[in-house]
Design a protein around this ligand. Sequence first.
Ligand SMILES: Cc1cc2nc3c(=O)[nH]c(=O)nc-3n(C[C@H](O)[C@H](O)[C@H](O)COP(=O)(O)OP(=O)(O)OC[C@H]3O[C@@H](n4cnc5c(N)ncnc54)[C@H](O)[C@@H]3O)c2cc1C
Length: 246
Amino acid sequence: MKKTLDWQIASIRDVKPETAKVKSFTLTLPDWMRHRAGQHYDIRLTAEDGYQAQRSYSIASEPEREGEVDITVERINDGEVSTYMHDVLMPGDRIEARGPIGGYFVWEATMTEPLLLIAGGSGIVPLMSMLRHRAAAGGKNPAALLYSSRNFADIIYYTELEKLRTANNGMQILHTLTRSHPVEWKGFARRIDADMLKEVAHPLGKSVQVYVCGPTLLVESVANTLVKLEIDAHQIRTERFGPTGG
Ligand SMILES: Cc1cc2nc3c(=O)[nH]c(=O)nc-3n(C[C@H](O)[C@H](O)[C@H](O)COP(=O)(O)OP(=O)(O)OC[C@H]3O[C@@H](n4cnc5c(N)ncnc54)[C@H](O)[C@@H]3O)c2cc1C
């Protein structure tokens, strides 16, 4: 029987640019297993001399899709694995993968409490799996996404998020832009702070379940502020993607 920690050879079925620095990859998996929204896959590269590099990538797609998963990768300029994926990988290529992995940072549509998702940059990826899962399962629980990006052009999945925002299914989608914003911009235009979190979290009530994902500094600052706003720490799940600030 296949175990999630066994490596398998995935085929790249599709590569889709999301922004100038972000691409989504559709991986067809011979030993596909249904994931839970929020889980990730490990990807392993092996050079001709046997040197190996391995990184984790969250699943972006919904668990309802069978046989394949999407991952979405930001190109880190001096990065080993993300540059290879961006610059070399093409449809038809094969790559080692194992998963789905992780049991803590997961959300299922059977959880009916109000939901608050907070993302910085590529931290949107596992939250997108949750949003797609909620849409596929017809979820109606009150929910909000607060998504911080540097500039408008850096917002990942913007068009799909707009569709979810206007679908009238209890989902609020709020953006903040921290570096520059279009003249007509109606969203927030600063780093996530206590006032912003209060505005977004309070209407969702005391039982809100919170998922925070992104650069380490953003995740820590948001989680600490939420606790100060008297959201129980047990209701806040965090995932840190990298060592740098947003
Ligand atoms: C559970 C989990 C899920 C993840 N999911 C995703 C995902 O869905 N999409 C995604 O793009 N990444 C994701 N990451 C981050 C990913 O695993 C890699 O760390 C990232 O792609 C950089 O790898 P690299 O080999 O290109 O860079 P490396 O060679 O590891 O690092 C190069 C340089 O970049 C810095 N760096 C490393 N990671 C980051 C980062 N995230 N942001 C900024 N600087 C960094 C390093 O300190 C170093 O200076 C996830 C991480 C974890 C732990």
